[in-house]
Design a protein around this ligand. Structure first.
Ligand code: SAM
Length: 387
């Protein structure tokens, strides 16, 4: 079950979203939530959106958001502001424990905010209130779900701090389970179900539409797409991967209890048949190294991979109609001398692909997947629209 606060507290016009993948999550919000009228990005982990609050509840399938909070207060040193915030919260809910999750906040400011909040709760009659001190000054989404505590969030905003109570946290346990318990897990080449869902949200596809992943591997994107009621086709040149994807899909179908629409076949992404409403794919994840690669080696690998990218991108552009999107992951390497070698997809306009801009914020492509797990290999994402 997701964590939710009463509507009176969560229905504000400005929400602070805690981002799972940095700027890529902002791209997801701008692409998937139609009622957004303004977006600000005050720090790496937070974006503030202005929107129609009634529409947000039904759109909270955003995979790139850990939690969100109505932005109730802007603190610039006035203690009365904190008291009013606490009054507003305690008028709606009973609070016995609370934590402050702070993003990009100075330690001294964190201590000050905690002290002011504790005083305000006590003055509001909550004499026995307990403070939880989360590690790293952040109560993680899982901890919000499992602990019976109010989570307040704070982040630098307009010369002071934005503050509000966490009002919603998604229950990601089933998604996480799929990631680790599927019969053919392959962490070396697979992305997480969470990132797969985010990429699918970027595609703008609706239930019943046709999705293609022409480099499907063990089928993470196809699995998540099928669970979103898309009609999915997966292609892979390696029959072993095709067999793994089929096993994974059969398992996901059984676990979900739903009939899923998918077709997985052996084929080459540079030469395939069919028309699709969107493509979401991660073609090549480079091999694992035991140590950080030299700049020369990284460039060699990226150049080699870029041939497959450009040849398959041409086929992909041919396979979708005007207005459809192609979401494609590219690798980025950190090298031993500290530089970055990124696989860039250039001159795509000549094959009818323009970079997708959802409005409100302009994105420079590729957009990096922030907070990745490996030190030297990262992912970045392009979203193209067929013109
Ligand atoms: C990084 S994996 C994809 C993993 C997938 N996104 C997932 O999370 O399960 C890339 C896959 O592309 C396949 N591949 C490589 N070259 C190909 C080609 N020319 N046509 C089709 N598949 C290809 C590989 O066999 C591999 O399984």
């Amino acid at each position: 079950m997701p964590y939710t606060l009463p509507e009176a507290l969560s229905g504000a016009q400005r929400l602070a979203l805690v981002l799972a993948f940095g700027r890529l999550s902002v791209l997801e919000v701008c692409s998937a939530v139609r009622s957004v009228t303004k977006v600000e990005v005050p720090c790496e982990r937070i974006c503030v959106v202005e929107l129609d609050p009634s529409s947000f509840r039904s759109e909270t399938k955003l995979a790139g958001i850990h939690k969100f909070s109505p932005l109730l207060t802007h603190f610039q040193g006035d203690e009365a502001v904190i008291r009013r915030l606490v009054e507003q919260i305690t008028n709606e809910i009973d609070v016995s424990r609370f934590a402050l999750s702070a993003y990009d906040t100075e330690e001294a400011d964190y201590e000050l905010l905690v002290r002011l909040l504790l005083d305000a709760f006590r003055q509001a009659g909550f004499k026995k209130i307990r403070l939880l001190r989360p590690k790293g000054n952040e109560l993680l989404a899982d901890q919000v779900l499992s602990r019976d505590a109010l989570d307040l969030i704070a982040f630098p905003y307009k010369g002071g701090y934005g503050l509000g109570p966490t009002a919603w946290v998604p229950d990601v346990a089933p998604m996480r389970e799929r990631g680790v318990e599927k019969p053919a897990p392959h962490s070396e080449i697979s992305l997480s179900p969470r990132l797969a869902q985010l990429l699918l949200n970027l595609s703008g596809l609706s239930p019943g539409q046709r999705l293609l992943d022409p480099f499907c591997g063990p089928g993470t994107i196809i699995s998540e797409g099928a669970l979103m009621s898309l009609n999915c086709v997966g292609i892979d040149s390696n029959p072993v991967r095709v067999a793994q994807a089929k096993r994974n899909l059969a398992w996901v179908e059984k676990q979900s209890g739903k009939t899923l629409a998918y077709d997985i076949r052996t084929g080459d992404a540079r030469d395939f048949q069919g028309r699709f409403d969107g493509i979401v794919t991660e073609p090549i994840l480079l091999p694992r190294f035991h140590s950080t690669p030299s700049s020369q080696k990284a460039k060699h690998l990226v150049n080699k991979a870029s041939r497959v990218y450009s040849e398959s991108l041409y086929s992909m552009a041919e396979a979708v109609r005007k207005g459809c999107r192609i979401v494609i992951v590219v690798p980025t390497l950190k090298t031993a001398d500290g530089s970055e070698v990124l696989l860039r997809l250039e001159e795509t306009e000549s094959i009818g692909l323009k970079e997708f801009q959802p409005g409100h914020v302009r994105f420079e492509y590729p957009v990096r997947v922030a907070f990745g797990s490996t030190r030297w290999l990262g992912r970045a994402v392009y979203v193209f629209e067929r013109v």
